[in-house]
Design a protein around this ligand. Structure first.
Ligand code: PGA
Length: 254
């Protein structure tokens, strides 16, 4: 059962209108494998979502970088899942480590966000990952399993979820996980789904890797059997994002 390769571009809190238009025109001109081989989703800041959605080629899709945990209302500064649905935004990234760490989002809060977003019809890129300290103390698998469990306790249908394994020590550091390190955690996560959810979900859920992915290292990561794509930060703002998307071809022939 083939899992379609997935490449997400997380633009984080970057860009001006002019810069965003430039990135989109680079993407629109890029020669990439067809949509039956790779699914491409880019995630601009909220304020640029309508612009990007309007300008972006139709085979690429957009994601928000966050949304509120429940129905909108008196929550100053938040953006609700309903608003994203209203704008025709199909995807949302939830539980990114920058939000877990800087904004203190807990495993439970992230789990609630994922469940609410799915209930409104959004598709979710849910992020998990350990800190360097946790890796060095040997608790990586425990940490990502606990983060996944907090989602699993609130979610019953995994069809619209992509799980992004993003070791915190690899994000924005240029210190990419080795293919073996990535594969090991992806394998353990799939094993966790097999034991705790179902063999079917374990076989079908896409587990993507994030953390200093670039045009030079994406191919060797892509061929790992349990790596189903990438969530890319810094390099998603550059033309090399096209090369990362192309690594789906390597996967296809692997
Ligand atoms: P990076 O970010 O590619 O810049 O390391 C990845 C992410 O945070 O999703």
């Amino acid at each position: 059962m083939a899992r379609k390769f997935f490449v997400g571009g997380n633009w984080k809190c970057n860009g001006t209108t002019e810069e965003v238009k430039k990135i989109v025109s680079t993407l629109n001109e890029g020669q990439v494998p067809p949509p039956d081989v790779v699914e491409v989703v880019v995630s601009p800041p909220f304020v640029f979502l309508p612009l990007v959605k309007n300008l972006l080629r139709p085979d690429f899709h957009v994601a928000a970088q966050n949304c509120w945990v429940k129905k909108g209302g008196a929550f100053t500064g938040e953006v609700s899942a309903e608003m994203l649905v209203n704008l025709g935004i199909p995807w949302v990234i939830l539980g990114h480590s920058e939000r877990r760490q800087i904004l203190n989002e807990t495993n439970e809060f992230v789990g609630e966000k994922v469940a609410y977003a799915l209930s409104k019809g959004l598709k979710v890129i849910a992020c998990v990952g350990e800190t360097l300290e946790q890796r060095e103390s040997g608790t990586t698998v425990e940490v990502v399993a606990a983060q996944t469990k907090a989602i699993a306790e609130r979610v019953s249908n995994w069809a619209d979820v992509v799980l992004a394994y993003e070791p915190v020590w690899a994000i924005g550091t240029g210190k990419v996980a080795t293919p073996a390190q990535a594969q090991e955690v992806h394998f353990e996560l799939r094993k966790w789904f097999h034991a705790n959810i179902s063999p079917e979900v374990a076989a079908t859920i896409r587990i993507i890797y994030g953390g200093s992915v670039n045009g030079a290292n994406s191919k060797e990561l892509a061929v790992q059997p349990d790596v189903d794509g990438f969530l890319v930060g810094g390099a998603s703002l550059k033309p090399e994002f096209i090369d990362i998307i192309k690594s789906a071809e390597v996967k296809k022939s692997a």
